[in-house]
Each structure stands twice: as structure tokens, then as C-alpha cells.
Design a binder for this molecule. Structure first.
Ligand SMILES: [Zn+2]
Length: 315
């Protein structure tokens, strides 16, 4: 089984987060949860994977506020990516990794993607869905998507836990519970509205949490999205199937079945969001709940292994 959504708190990131009062507690919790990059955490992580039947994790840095300055952002992304690469090199048979980019600075982000994604390099990049109040689908990021397309990059578009900048979420204490799923839904539709998956077809996008609300909205989007968003070349339901989705839903079998019915098991990948869900349920349960969904053996094999192998092989 391949887990495509697992986080690694490298030492440079922990130091950066620890220096910010708003993020220091989160970094400390991650250290306690065994998500760091030292030797003991590596062994703990491998034991967890072995116990759950996970043969490989696709590692990414957890979302973090982008540094205010360009030079600081470049230095942090570079340090994180070098630490990620060193971690993977200890067990290349068990780990692949996604690079962090110094956004919102487009040219340095392109340079870092080129540095990290060369032959034998990292598997792709993790982009936070929003840079401050700017969607990653904004046209200013088109040159970055052009380069990621040229590199045939795997791109995990990760929520940044901003409550989609809505006081109806942020002021009601919902940024952590439903906020990320609203980000998933919104950013997937932003990408589709700007036809980014269609225009940059070599990029393989992964949207977390089964795409948020997308599986329940396919018919509605096909009826209504074009009226508000001009220039669509195809039904939104067809565009939704250009993307891939991880299975992180706190073990919700009805949600997984809905996603398989609406989008297709060939687009769904096992994810854990390690170490965030292990405070609620064991890792093995997070990555194994698809076996309780009464799916076909072929569907389960695709979700657990086949789809991810295809994505990683093409990198
Ligand atoms: Zn995550």
C-alpha cells in the first residue's frame, strides 16, 4: 500500500515554526507524534508503516506560513528540500518526497522546482492552495504551472488552513474542522475554472480529502458552473476526473463510496495526513478503511497501490 499524503517535519522547518508563537505548539506536537526526521522518528515511522502494510510514503512538509521576505523564503524551501532528500536517501525503498517552493515568488519557485525535480530527484511539489488571499490558480502562477508541466510534476495541492478567508468559518471556530475541505473544493474548482489541468496536462494534481464536497456536486456543477464561469471546454465533471484525490476522511466509508461512485476508484489514492489523524485513530485504521467499503478487489487494489504506482512511475 502507498500513502501519498504523509508529512515530515524536517529540522529546518521545526526551527522555523518554533520561532513563530502561532506555530510553535504545532511543531512541538509533531515532534511528540514522531513526525520528525531524526533516527528515532525514522524507525518509529517505519514500524508504523510496517504495522499498517504501507510499503511507501510520499512525504511532504506540513503547510506553514510563507516567510514574509523572498530571501528567507528561498533559504527555507531550499533547507527543507535538502533535508527531505537526505531523509529519503536513508530509505529510498520506502519513501519518496515532494518539494516545497518559495511562493508567492514565482521565479524563485520555478528555479527551486528545477533544482529539485531533475532526473533522480524528488517526485513533485506540494503547493499550498492559497498564498495569503491569492489563489494558487491565479494567472500570475501560470509560468510556474508551465514549468511543472514541462517537468511532468506530481503536485499535491494542500490546504493552508485559512478558513477560505471567510469570517463565517474563521470566526466560528471551523477553520480546522471543515475549513480544509472547503479549501479542497474551492481550489479544485479554481483550477478547473482556469482550465489549468487541461492546459498543463502533464501535471498530475492530487487534491486531499476526496476533493472536499466535489463528489456530491458533480451534477450541480455540470448544470450550473458554466453560467458563472465562462470559457469551459468540457463539463466540470470531466475536468474533475483530470485530477486525483486522496482518501483522508477520518475513516468515512459513505464518503469514500460516494467518491468512488461519482469520480471513480481509478482517481483515488490512500492518504493518511500523518501525523494529524493519529491523535484520533490508529494509523493502520486511517489507511485501511477502504477495506470496509465493500468495493471490488480491483477497486481496492487501484486505491491502495495501482493508481499511486502509475503516478510515481511517470515522475
Ligand atoms: Zn496534510
Amino acid at each position: 500500500m502507498i500513502d501519498v499524503h504523509a508529512h515530515l517535519y524536517t529540522a529546518p522547518l521545526v526551527e522555523y515554526l518554533g520561532g513563530n508563537p502561532a506555530t510553535a505548539a504545532g511543531a512541538r506536537r509533531a515532534e511528540l507524534a514522531g513526525a520528525g526526521d531524526d533516527e528515532a522518528h525514522l524507525e518509529d515511522r517505519l514500524a508504523l508503516m510496517d504495522g499498517a502494510g504501507v510499503t511507501r510514503q510520499l512525504l511532504s512538509a506540513p503547510p506553514a506560513p510563507y516567510p514574509a521576505g523572498e530571501a528567507e523564503g528561498i533559504a527555507l524551501a531550499c533547507a527543507i528540500n535538502d533535508a527531505m532528500t537526505r531523509f529519503v536517501a536513508r530509505r529510498p525503498d520506502r519513501f519518496s518526497a515532494l518539494a516545497s517552493l518559495p511562493l508567492p515568488h514565482v521565479e524563485p519557485a520555478i528555479a527551486e522546482a528545477r533544482r529539485c525535480l531533475g532526473p533522480g530527484g524528488m517526485a513533485g511539489v506540494m503547493l499550498q492552495a492559497f498564498c495569503g488571499t491569492l489563489s494558487i490558480a491565479h494567472e500570475r502562477f501560470d509560468p510556474l504551472f508551465g514549468e511543472l508541466d514541462r517537468l511532468s510534476a506530481l503536485v499535491l495541492v494542500h490546504p493552508c488552513v485559512n478558513g477560505i478567508c471567510s469570517p463565517f468559518i474563521t470566526e466560528w471556530g471551523l477553520s480546522g474542522s471543515i475549513g480544509p475541505t472547503l479549501e479542497d473544493t474551492t481550489i479544485a474548482l479554481h483550477l478547473i475554472a482556469r482550465r489549468i489541468p487541461e492546459r498543463f496536462p502533464a501535471i498530475r494534481f492530487i487534491i486531499p480529502h476526496l476533493g472536499g464536497s466535489l463528489p456530491m456536486l458533480m451534477s450541480r456543477l455540470d448544470h450550473q458552473m458554466a453560467a458563472g464561469v465562462g470559457g469551459l471546454n468540457e463539463p466540470p465533471s470531466a475536468s474533475v476526473r483530470r485530477l486525483w484525490y486522496d482518501s483522508v476522511t477520518h475513516g468515512s466509508v459513505p464518503a469514500l463510496r460516494c467518491a468512488c461512485d461519482a469520480i471513480g476508484s481509478d482517481r483515488i489514492l490512500v492518504g493518511s495526513d500523518f501525523p494529524f489523524l493519529t491523535q484520533y485513530e490508529p494509523y493502520a485504521k486511517t489507511v485501511g478503511y477502504q477495506r470496509r467499503a465493500e468495493l471490488s478487489a480491483e477497486a481496492i487494489d487501484a486505491i491502495e497501490r495501482g493508481n499511486a504506482e502509475t503516478l510515481l512511475t511517470r515522475s
